[in-house]
Design a protein. Structure first.
Length: 62
């Protein structure tokens, strides 16, 4: 469960970077925008990982 929280924190940080990417693209700064866009892709990947990873309760077998 703790690992999932770390993944969600990474996703939140990366989504903030994606918002910065949009703002930087609007201002015309290409390189920081591309770097922030890459962070946004990390956000999407980490959210997908958190969504698909099994919970500890699901892994337990009785």
């Amino acid at each position: 469960m703790r690992c999932r929280g770390v993944v969600y924190a990474l996703a939140a940080f990366s989504l903030a970077a994606l918002a910065a990417s949009i703002a930087l693209a609007y201002l015309g700064r290409a390189l920081p925008s591309l770097m922030s866009l890459a962070a946004g892709l990390v956000a999407l990947a980490s959210l997908a990982y958190a969504y698909r990873s099994p919970t500890p309760e699901a892994e337990q077998t009785t």
